[in-house]
Design a protein around this ligand. Structure first.
Ligand SMILES: Cc1cc2nc3c(=O)[nH]c(=O)nc-3n(C[C@H](O)[C@H](O)[C@H](O)COP(=O)(O)OP(=O)(O)OC[C@H]3O[C@@H](n4cnc5c(N)ncnc54)[C@H](O)[C@@H]3O)c2cc1C
Length: 388
């Protein structure tokens, strides 16, 4: 038997949650369901590498809403994994065989962590961190003072390293970057983050592409050209890829693994939207497609998709933005995110700084620490394509 939905959302992260909420806020009527393979209410992912990992908050702080929200908004949360989409027939089949049909559908399956294609990467003590279940599994392996090796120095890797250190673990970070986050943020910002991590007591192995992970007597050894770094647990934080298989198997063409959508989050197929980390979306202000992995943008994408499914005509036009907390320090970053050709670093006050990123003379990004005014002004200037 097929259950018919006015709106069917696949994925219960921020994009999926905001799609259902946006649909109702726009006056969308009829049955709405969110299908999630995480078996829980949509929840905050950012604390998993920050306050929750440091032991400063509780799992009960995570849900975006409590279960009464579902009743109030007449939204059904279906625990299950969507594995087949029939675009012409407007149906979705869940693992186990339940079939759901829809008038509109939002694909919000997010992204999943990558593992390096090196020997030993599939060892059970080599963990990734995307979900609350991942965090529980990681914590299960940590006892007092466990030595952890983090591979990767993007925001997630740096946050994990600093948080585990703050929790009393011995932590080493191994990365192919010359400085943490240098690829995305430039060398000067990378040097600052390097200093922060070193001050916190994280052992850094920079410019060291990992070639393999060996396993000896309950210990793992992360091998690189000039380093052999030992630990009991390894956390791999080397990027993510969109969970777009469902869409491509259904015949949607993907771009670099992401589902292309217009600024209203519409795919090429009618009544089918995509939002959040799984998509690459047209941004009106940028006048091009952007792929981002940011919490606030996932919420905004989802809201646009949900509202548009209910008849609105909203478009994504904000400058994408991200925040990060490395130990006690906060960073704010707003950028189109698809590259810069120069960066300018300036100190602000005792400890703060602002970095402005330009391409062809135009401001395309701003990174700040303890410099909120620079952040706000920079974000405004980016959206107006200013030469500054
Ligand atoms: C640990 C961590 C910390 C982060 N910190 C920050 C931060 O500080 N600032 C920031 O801006 N961003 C941060 N991010 C990024 C941010 O969380 C993501 O950009 C955001 O969660 C993307 O939302 P989404 O809804 O697109 O995807 P997700 O949050 O990945 O949600 C997708 C959901 O869909 C489910 N799903 C996938 N496929 C199926 C299927 N076939 N059937 C059913 N369900 C399915 C997934 O299990 C998941 O529950 C962080 C991410 C992580 C992992």
């Amino acid at each position: 038997m097929t259950d018919e939905h006015a709106l069917l959302v696949l994925g219960g992260g921020p994009a999926g949650f905001a799609a259902a909420r946006g649909f109702r806020a726009e006056g969308g009527e009829g049955p709405v369901a969110i299908v999630t393979d995480e078996q829980r209410m949509p929840y905050e992912r950012p604390p998993l590498t920050k306050e929750l990992l440091r032991g400063e908050s509780e799992e009960s702080d995570l849900p975006l809403e409590d279960e009464s929200w579902l009743e109030r908004e007449h939204v059904e949360l279906i625990s299950g994994r969507a594995f087949a989409l029939d675009i012409d027939g407007r149906t979705v089949v869940l693992a186990g065989g339940r079939e759901l049909s829809y008038r509109s559908c939002v694909l919000a399956m997010g992204a999943e962590p990558l593992r390096l294609p090196v020997s030993g990467a599939d060892h059970p003590a080599v963990r990734v961190l995307r979900s609350l279940d991942d965090l529980r599994e990681l914590q299960h392996r940590l006892t007092e003072g466990t030595r952890v090796v983090v591979i990767g120095s993007g925001f997630i890797g740096c946050e994990i390293a600093a948080s585990l250190k703050a929790r009393g673990h011995s932590v080493a970070l191994v990365t192919d970057e010359p400085a943490p986050n240098a690829t995305r943020l430039g060398e000067e910002a990378g040097a600052v983050i390097s200093r922060w991590l070193a001050d916190d007591g994280v052992e850094l192995h920079l410019g060291e592409p990992v070639t393999g992970i060996e396993h000896r007597g309950g210990q793992l050894i992360v091998c690189a050209a000039n380093a052999r770094v030992q630990g009991t647990v390894v956390v791999m934080a080397v990027g993510v890829r969109p969970r777009s298989e469902l869409a491509s198997l259904a015949g949607l063409e993907c771009l670099d693994g992401a589902i292309p959508v217009d600024a209203g989050m519409r795919t090429q197929a009618s009544a089918l939207f995509a939002a959040g980390d799984v998509c690459i979306a047209e941004n009106v202000a940028a006048a091009r497609r952007l792929r981002v992995e940011h919490w606030d943008d996932a919420l905004r994408h989802g809201e646009i998709a949900g509202r548009n499914a209910a008849g609105a005509d909203e478009k994504w036009d904000g400058v994408p933005g991200f925040w990060s907390q490395i130990g006690e320090r906060w960073l704010q970053f707003a950028a189109w995110g698809d590259g810069f050709d120069s960066s300018h670093f300036e100190e602000r006050g005792d400890h703060g700084f602002a970095v402005h990123y330009r391409r062809g003379g135009k401001l395309v990004g701003v990174l700040t620490h303890e410099a909120d005014e620079d952040y706000e002004a920079g974000r405004e200037a980016i959206s107006q394509h200013k030469y500054v």
